[in-house]
Design a protein around this ligand. Structure first.
Ligand code: SF4
Length: 408
């Protein structure tokens, strides 16, 4: 894994050295910073914490700990086409093929010795307890101490305060393991970087809502989920600024990310992480642009420097999949209107109770607002049962239906 990240870093640096002033660079810069983070996680030279998705990564940065959610590893393995033997290994060890592919892939990775030993482990009971179970297994596997956020739900002022209290306890847990208490000045710097990054990302997504969207097919995929790992760092600010600048230039020049954009779509929950022809078909054959991802629209209220734990707590429990179904549906309806979408695609990730279990309710709420939903049955990480022909046919029919609604 370390060699993989080092190869990505040198490859992107070479490409960045050759680009012209008008060439798109934001995605490359983001990938470079994520690869640098990956190299640090796997170098064995810095304290490492494997975490749940909603852990406060900026606070870990303030304490000089490299934090990363385990699902990142599952997505990375799928995107590089290396997940299949690891999924099989997890299943042979007794993990159900019905469980989430992100978790099976990362379980296969730590069982096969591919994951670096963490210094400690931080679990979160939301968005899914399946993720917490993997974190518990990982802590047991490496014989490391585990801190667990019991994530309060639904979101309310008292829930935010309870989460803030747990963040203070996490800070003490981290200090006890690294021997370094949280430095208040360093925390202020991290809060300033967080707020600047959030502002720039808000501008970026505001620009992406332009008709036609300036974002190309792969520009914004997984962006907010990856930026969570860079939150609080100078690198995070630089990447977010590159995105904001690139999209503003394109909007000013009237450049469309999908030339001839005819259809605007919203993507619910996870993207399919391995390579498929589906998104290319959307763009090339239907001039359809995915203009908004549910998981790119995170809560980015500014963090109050005088009360940072409350700010980080509020943002963490606002993660879309931690909300009640009613709150989540209302959020999706608001996104559909804000981004002026014609329809929505829900991949209904196999093994995800949050995603698949709520599909009917979400579909009903969006359709009530005039936004048709295509529910697909797909495992976003495990490519072994992927049948592109069948999915393509269903997508074609959906897009034809959207097209006829537009023209009638
Ligand atoms: S896809 Fe669902 S089960 Fe898998 S990590 Fe995300 S929320 Fe959890």
């Amino acid at each position: 894994m370390l060699q993989y990240f080092e190869k990505v870093i040198s490859g992107i640096n070479e490409k960045l050295a050759q680009v012209g002033p008008e060439d798109p660079v934001a995605r490359k810069k983001m990938t470079l910073e994520i690869a640098r983070l990956g190299a640090r996680l796997f170098s064995g030279e810095e304290p490492v914490a494997w975490c749940g998705v909603t852990a406060p990564f900026a606070l870990l940065t303030a304490m000089d700990v490299r934090g990363c959610y385990v699902e990142f590893v599952g997505a990375l393995l799928a995107s590089t086409g290396t997940s299949e033997p690891l999924l099989a290994q997890a299943e042979q060890a007794g993990y159900s093929p019905d469980s989430c592919g992100y978790h099976r892939a990362v379980t296969g990775a730590f069982l096969s010795g591919m994951m670096p030993e963490p210094d400690f482990v931080i679990g979160t009971s939301a968005p899914c307890t399946g993720g917490l179970a993997v974190i518990e297994n990982l802590a047991r596997h490496f014989n490391k101490d585990l801190f667990v956020f019991d994530m309060p739900n639904p979101k309310s002022p008292s829930a935010i305060q309870r989460q803030a209290q747990q963040m203070r306890a996490m800070k003490d847990f981290v200090a006890a393991h690294t021997g370094r208490p949280l430095d208040p000045e360093r925390l202020q710097q991290v809060v300033a970087h967080t707020n600047r990054t959030q502002e720039l990302l808000e501008e970026t997504f505001g620009l992406a809502a332009t008709v036609p969207t300036p974002a190309r097919r792969r520009d914004l995929i997984n962006l907010a989920l990856l930026m969570a790992l860079l939150m609080g760092s100078e690198a995070g600010v630089a990447v977010a600024r590159a995105y904001r600048d690139e999209l503003s230039r394109k909007v000013a020049a009237g450049v469309a990310g999908v030339p001839g954009e005819r259809m605007r779509l919203m993507w619910l929950q996870n993207r399919i992480q391995f390579k498929t022809p589906l998104e290319e078909v959307l763009e090339k054959e239907h001039k359809a642009a995915v203009v908004v991802d549910e998981l790119n629209d995170l809560n980015w209220e500014p963090i109050d420097p005088d009360d940072p734990f409350t700010g980080y707590a509020r943002n963490s429990i606002s993660f879309p999949l931690c909300l009640s179904v009613k709150q989540r549906a209302a959020h999706l309806v608001e996104l559909a209107h804000r981004y002026q979408v014609h329809g929505a695609i829900n991949p209904c990730h196999w093994g995800c109770r949050q995603g698949t279990g709520t599909r009917g309710l979400i579909e009903r709420e969006l359709e009530r607002e005039g936004v048709p939903v295509l529910n697909l049955e797909v495992d976003c990480v495990d490519s072994r049962n992927f049948s592109p022909g069948q999915l393509n046919t269903r997508m074609e029919a959906f897009l034809e239906m959207l097209e006829s609604r537009r023209t009638n």
